[in-house]
Design a protein around this ligand. Structure first.
Ligand code: NAD
Length: 261
């Protein structure tokens, strides 16, 4: 049986850790050719080597870049197209959480930084990838929003603004590009245990962060954190041909928690 991503080229940002790492592994197992982008060269190479060990015949291009730098985004999109001839799917995922604080104390520099990466970065990615996909007349984009992009969580001005912005961009562009055979959706993960969430728990609980985590998940209907692999499966589905008629949608993956906030 043909694998879902055989002969498909997938570009993915934030590939060096967490959700990007898990999605890249899933896509590679299903036959994808990958172009992986991350700011952190070392972790990117580590992930690429891990994938090559698991899927020896995988084709992977690794590109170190900052998604908040428009020229860098333009060039990693061009390089992917040049190397592989097309871009079938784009997981527009790199992001940071930022320092937690009440709005009045949420520094403007921190706000700008979080919005630059999480929102401007997603916009730049869509802008340049959509040029390629429109010319092809096909493609799928998955933007990473968050439960913090559909609900108020608190202490996260920059994160909330950026992730609500990602939801807005997704709906707007999904409406524009559906007619060209391109689907654009967002995922809204709840707390998935990755380096980013570990960082948040440390901000909340310091050395006691594991106990803080246990307390935190008691509020979840499923009483646990999500696993990066679970998000990887959702991303693969949304980038596959099986989900072609899902467009401009925002899909929570949070154990049901966003219905409780
Ligand atoms: P992570 O910290 O494990 O991975 C994020 C990756 O993005 C890292 O490898 C990092 O180096 C890279 N990155 C950061 N800034 C970058 C930049 N400017 N340019 C290029 N790469 C950059 O975090 P994660 O949990 O995998 O988060 C991935 C995405 O999922 C983020 O957008 C995050 O906001 C979102 N998200 C995560 C959760 C969660 O619970 N983990 C929940 C909701 C949304």
């Amino acid at each position: 049986m043909k694998k879902r991503f055989e002969e498909k080229v997938i570009l993915l940002t934030g590939g060096g850790s967490g959700l990007g790492h898990a999605a890249a592994m899933q896509l590679a197992k299903e036959g994808a050719t990958l172009s992986l982008v991350d700011l952190n060269e070392e972790s990117l190479e580590k992930v690429a080597n891990e994938i090559k060990k698991e899927v020896p015949d995988v084709k992977i291009l690794t590109l170190t870049a900052d998604v908040s730098d428009e020229e860098a985004v333009k060039s990693f999109v061009q390089e992917t197209k040049q190397q592989f001839g097309k871009i079938d799917g784009f997981f527009n995922n790199a992001g940071i959480e930022g320092k937690q604080n009440e709005t009045q104390n949420y520094g403007i520099d921190e706000f700008r930084k979080v919005v630059d990466i999480n929102l401007n970065g997603v916009f730049f990615g869509m802008k340049y990838v959509l040029e390629v996909m429109k010319e092809q007349g096909s493609g799928s984009i998955v933007n990473t929003a968050s439960v913090g992009g559909i609900r108020g969580v608190g202490n996260q001005s920059g994160y909330a603004a950026s992730k609500h912005g990602v939801v807005g961009l997704t709906k707007n562009s999904g409406i524009e590009y559906g007619q060209y055979g391109i689907s654009i959706n967002a995922i809204a993960p709840g707390a998935i245990l990755t380096a980013m969430v570990e960082g948040s728990l440390k901000q909340m609980g310091g050395d006691d962060w594991e106990a803080t985590g246990e307390e935190f998940v008691k509020a979840n209907p499923m009483k646990r954190f999500g696993k990066p692999e679970e998000v990887g499966h959702l991303v693969a589905f949304l980038l596959s041909d099986e989900s072609n008629f899902i467009n401009a949608a925002v899909i929570p993956i949070d154990g049901g928690q966003s219905n409780k906030y």
